[in-house]
Design a protein around this ligand. Sequence first.
Ligand code: SF4
Length: 63
Amino acid sequence: MVKITVDQDKCDGADCAECADVCPMEVLVLEGDKIVVKNKEDCSLCEVCMDVCPNEAVKVEEE
Ligand code: SF4
């Protein structure tokens, strides 16, 4: 199982959305002005979302 969390207090939402741009599986999606997690079972654990986030708001963990 994959656990993906987006800390909304740290996330810049629509002002950034880098993670949504880079996610190859369309797991992280910009909805309105918020990043939301969709179909987390599609996540390949590539972790590029964590790499591109300037605020360390995205956390991907295997559990
Ligand atoms: S680890 Fe990769 S596949 Fe999973 S949410 Fe992040 S960018 Fe998308």
